[in-house]
Design a protein around this ligand. Structure first.
Ligand code: CUA
Length: 311
């Protein structure tokens, strides 16, 4: 089934892996042709302009304008083509389709945990629906890891204290390899897993049996918002309390006391919970208790999921 790969590349199994490969082979063939041309030119010049006798003095060489211009313009055009094409593919690889299925990935020495929208956390293997965009929101509990699925041509560092994300769409139901590609300690090379892409119906069935039935992150987050008395200082209806309201916060541009402004994304919200003094919202005192920095990551994830719903 599908492309079985080539000498250089493993099989190609995501909606974008074909484009990554096409770009790779473009640069590959350009390099190959230039390598060949340079090698032939070296051999030709070495013979053509060899020293013929002890007394021979070569004539002065005049500069060849055309040749010099060509050697500037031609490589510049090649580089711009590769850059433009590469940038387009880079954007596609980095911007997940809005309707992507979201999974929280938590890396730690030395395993991957996958958190599903219904609250299920599953360790080791990543089950996903095939032929559907899947966005992974990733963070690490300890050191730097990196999430790599060669058959999808995606690789993204997974970092403590911030979220990174990556997305893919498996182009068929099959099993693919996950590697950690950042040296993360003694068992780094054993930090493996499988992506198990299933047809949607089978995926739903798997998820229902995987120990779900917990609260959704949004509902859990709403409960935590009350339990941690976040609501004492932050309204959810736009009214002003001690701190800024949560209504319409996610995705907005936030003016800071420092005069800068930031996008209120997952990283901003997380930062505001664990290290509130670093980015103070303009017009509000720095009164957020630092104790929330010790909330477990899954609770911070749930709070962010809840705040996202307040639009
Ligand atoms: Cu985790 Cu290497």
């Amino acid at each position: 089934m599908g492309d079985k790969g080539s000498f250089w590349m493993p099989e190609s199994a995501s909606s974008l892996s074909g484009e990554v490969d096409a770009l790779f082979y473009l640069t590959y063939w350009i390099s190959f042709v230039i390598l060949g041309a340079v090698a032939v030119a070296i051999a030709y010049f070495a013979i053509r302009y060899r020293r013929r006798s002890e007394s021979y003095i070569p004539p002065t060489t005049k500069d060849a304008r055309i040749l010099e211009l060509a050697s500037i313009i031609f490589p510049t055009i090649l580089v711009l083509i590769v850059f433009t094409w590469g940038f387009k593919v880079y954007l596609k690889l980095n911007i997940a389709p809005p309707a992507s299925y979201e999974i929280q990935v938590t890396a730690s020495q030395w395993k991957w945990d996958f958190g599903y929208p219904d609250g299920t956390v599953y360790a080791g293997d990543l089950h996903v629906p095939a032929n559907r965009p899947v966005r992974l929101v990733m963070n690490s509990l300890d050191v730097l890891h990196s999430f790599f699925v060669p058959q999808f041509r995606i690789k993204q560092d997974v970092v403590p204290n911030r979220y990174t994300s990556v997305w893919f769409e498996a182009s068929r139901a099959d099993t693919f390899d996950i590697f950690c590609t950042e040296y993360c300690g003694a068992q780094h090379s054993a930090m493996l897993g499988k992506v198990i892409a299933l047809p949607q119906a089978e995926f739903d069935e798997w998820l229902a049996g995987a120990g779900g039935g917990g609260l959704s992150p949004e509902v859990y987050g709403e409960r935590l918002f009350g339990q941690n008395t976040c609501n004492a200082c932050h309204s959810i209806d736009g009214s002003r309390l001690i701190g800024p309201t949560m209504l319409g916060l996610f995705g907005s541009d936030r003016a800071l006391e420092s005069g800068e402004s930031v996008l209120a994304d997952e990283n901003y919200l997380r930062q505001s919970i664990v290290a509130p003094a670093e980015q103070i919202a303009a017009g509000f005192p720095n009164q957020m208790p630092p104790s929330f920095g010790s909330l477990p990551p899954e609770q911070i994830n749930a709070l962010i999921a809840y705040i996202r719903t307040l639009q």
